[in-house]
Design a protein around this ligand. Structure first.
Ligand code: SF4
Length: 164
């Protein structure tokens, strides 16, 4: 399967109900063979509109964290565990995650990132691909809202930066 085949499969996917209210599938953004992959929960309304991940408030917060640590977002691949927006931005259900996560696994197997950063408890559920290091941190939208989470987010990105 080529990269185009995988992307087409995601765009045309009907494996769960989430495509029904979506404007775009949000496949991910960045170099396919990036050293680092960031994985969030699901696209929000702005991401759905543009078909791009992490461009809303949480995305801007994430961008700030990356640049504060000298990490170039253009060099990393950013995606979500679920590729279509959820109604009212609710958490994806277990069956939606189960239906969608094989796409993430395929993206990881193809891209072979050295480090995959799983942001938030929903992303932590992603099955692990052998030979890849996984880092669990909080979701940027939680880090924006809660001081304790923000500290963890800051610490985790500072540690990540040191390893690159
Ligand atoms: S969220 Fe994932 S599994 Fe569900 S329709 Fe979209 S691409 Fe398919």
């Amino acid at each position: 399967m080529t990269q185009e085949d995988l992307d087409r499969q995601i765009v045309n996917c009907r494996k769960c109900r989430l495509w029904q209210e979506a404007k775009h599938a949000v496949l991910g953004e960045g170099p396919q063979d990036a050293e680092v992959m960031l994985v969030g929960q699901n696209p929000g309304a702005e991401e759905d509109k543009a078909g791009r991940p992490f461009i809303g408030r949480a995305g801007k917060f994430l961008n700030k964290m990356l640049s504060a640590n000298g990490i170039d977002r253009e060099k990393i691949f950013v995606t979500n565990i679920v590729k279509h927006v959820t109604p009212q931005n609710r958490k994806p259900s277990a069956d939606e995650i189960e239906a969608c996560v094989p796409y993430l696994v395929e993206q990881i197997k193809r891209g072979k990132p050295r480090i995959v950063v799983l942001m938030g408890a929903v992303a932590w559920q992603a099955p692990r691909v052998e030979g890849v290091e996984y880092v669990e941190t909080v979701h940027p939208s939680a880090a924006m809202r809660f001081t304790k989470m923000r500290r963890r987010f800051e610490d985790d990105f500072a540690l990540l930066a040191k390893r690159l």
